[in-house]
Write a protein that binds this ligand. Structure first.
Ligand code: ADP
Ligand code: ASP
Ligand code: MG
Length: 466
């Protein structure tokens, strides 16, 4: 079998965790399988790099040295634990990279300018360092292993810095560059990054290593793509919010996509399509509890008696309402609204239009609210609709399950349960796939709404067919 295994920030956070990674992958390799791995930055390092880069661009006398020393210290401690025999050579590479990073940070400060391109280069350093440590740990155990940049492994992207997308040519490049290495080594590929045609480094969006994993798995024709993380699998809800959430043994790609799109951080929303296109099974497993079977993502899912399988939740979103009778029966209104938003790079997460057509409601990221207001105010002035209203403090909840398609009464049960708990619903949207009913409530009601529905659909209880 050929595997692509991805280890997130918690799984490579320190020497103990990296030791666990080496044990898991090493056992797989010893049983004769081919494995390439993708690693994230050590937990927290990307956040630190972003903060440091912004400080360099905006403050008078920034001092990046304590941050850079702390990052070096973490890598050095992990190396001493899992690769004492290779620590010296690995630390030389790490020191070279940190001195390159320090120079770029100084240049950002001198120019007081952090361009999307330089920001991407800077924030890719977390992966540039962790991959060196992990590859050294494999070598320590007698495996041939080298760190590889995402671009060198074949991930070619567009130039949308910060949210780059892999281009279709990546597939053949990955095949050509990674597959020949698998017979004799374990390549350790840096997640979260790719490069453009002209060689500049791009990043794939926060939590983008899951996306790297799916693109690489598809390119190298892996039989399976395993996402190793710090929970036992995809769960009925975020266990940090719902402590009695349960692991779901199997979900369809579609269900997983709906959940991740609406905030289930366990998988990045873009990580599903590349694997789905090639029918590659994705498994989500716990690095720290590897005997648990985890969750498998498959084409049609396993038919389940459960109508609702899981709930997800995003806060920090805003509701935008465009109201006015002049919209009724007038073609082109929705298109003018979306064009104005697109021009200011505002991403729309949910849409709902009443049958009277006198109202169009949209849910956007809270950070885009000013841009959305600036985009839509001229449309009011131009008479396209009468009034624009916005609500910043809201949360979106998604109720997900393929079984909802054609199961009458699910909507009724959802909204009756919310009503019983005194939770006011501000907007509702259901996609035509019927695998998702999502709604918007006040931010403060979000966690209560998830709890109420988790209880209503008895998601903490084992179902006979699980
Ligand atoms: P990694 O560093 O491995 O990429 P993340 O922190 O990005 O890990 O994702 C794992 C986290 O996702 C879990 O610790 C959990 O709190 C959160 N999470 C949110 N929703 C879900 C869900 N439905 N199932 C499992 N985990 C979830
Ligand atoms: N290190 C990156 C981040 O923190 C990518 C990832 O972890 O997947 O967003
Ligand atoms: Mg993640």
């Amino acid at each position: 079998m050929r595997y692509l295994m991805k280890f997130g920030g918690t799984s490579v956070a320190d020497g103990r965790s990296i030791g666990q990674v080496v044990e898991l992958v090493g056992a797989c390799r010893r049983s004769g399988h081919e494995v390439a791995i993708v690693v994230s930055a050590m937990r927290g390092v990307t956040d630190g790099l972003i903060a440091c880069a912004e400080e360099m661009a905006t403050t008078g006398h920034p001092d990046p040295a304590p941050f850079l020393e702390a990052v070096r210290d973490r890598q050095a401690r992990a190396l001493a634990e899992v690769a004492p025999g290779h620590a010296e050579e690995a630390l030389r590479v790490i020191d070279d990279r940190l001195s390159a990073l320090s120079n770029i940070l100084r240049a950002v400060h001198t120019l007081r300018e952090l361009t999307p391109r330089s920001r991407d280069y800077i924030i890719s350093f977390g992966e540039r360092l962790s991959a060196v440590v992990v590859a050294a740990a494999f070598r320590e155990q007698g495996f041939a292993s080298e760190p590889m940049e995402g671009g060198a492994a074949g991930i070619l992207t567009n130039d949308c810095h910060g949210e780059a997308m892999a281009l279709p040519e990546s597939g053949a490049r990955i095949h050509e560059r990674v597959v020949p290495l698998l017979a004799s080594s374990i390549p350790v590929i840096m997640g979260f990054m790719g490069c453009t045609h002209d060689g500049s480094v791009t990043t794939l969006g926060r939590s983008g290593s899951d996306y790297s994993a799916a693109v690489l798995a598809a390119g190298m024709d892996a039989d399976e793509c395993w996402i190793w993380t710090d929970v036992d699998g995809v769960m009925t809800s975020d266990p940090r919010l719902i402590p009695d959430a349960r692991v779901i043994p199997a979900v369809s790609y579609l269900e997983a996509m709906e959940l991740s799109y609406f905030g289930a951080k366990v998988l990045h929303p873009r990580s599903i399509e590349p694997a789905m296109a090639k029918g590659i099974a994705i498994r989500v497993k716990n690095t720290f509890n590897p005997d648990h079977p985890g969750t498998v993502l498959v084409t049609n899912g396993v038919p389940s008696r459960r109508v609702v399988k899981a709930l997800s939740f995003i806060d920090r979103v805003a509701l935008v309402n465009c109201n006015g009778a002049q919209m009724i029966g007038r073609p082109g209104v929705a298109s003018a609204i979306f064009a104005a938003l697109a021009e200011r790079a505002v991403n729309v997460m949910m849409i709902s239009q009443g049958s009277s057509e006198a109202n169009i409601s949209l849910v956007i990221d809270e950070g885009h609210l000013d841009a959305a207001t600036a985009a839509l105010t001229p449309l009011v002035a131009g008479g396209l609709f009468r009034e624009l209203s916005t609500e910043p403090d809201v949360a979106a909840v998604a109720v997900v399950g393929s079984g909802m398609a054609g199961a009458p009464g699910t909507g009724g049960r959802i909204f009756t349960a919310l009503g019983r708990h005194g939770i006011n619903v501000m907007m509702i949207s259901q996609g035509s796939s019927e695998a998702n009913i999502s709604f918007v409530v006040r931010a403060a009601d979000g966690p209560r709404a998830v709890r109420a529905l988790h209880d209503e659909f008895r998601l903490s209880e084992k179902c006979d067919d699980e």
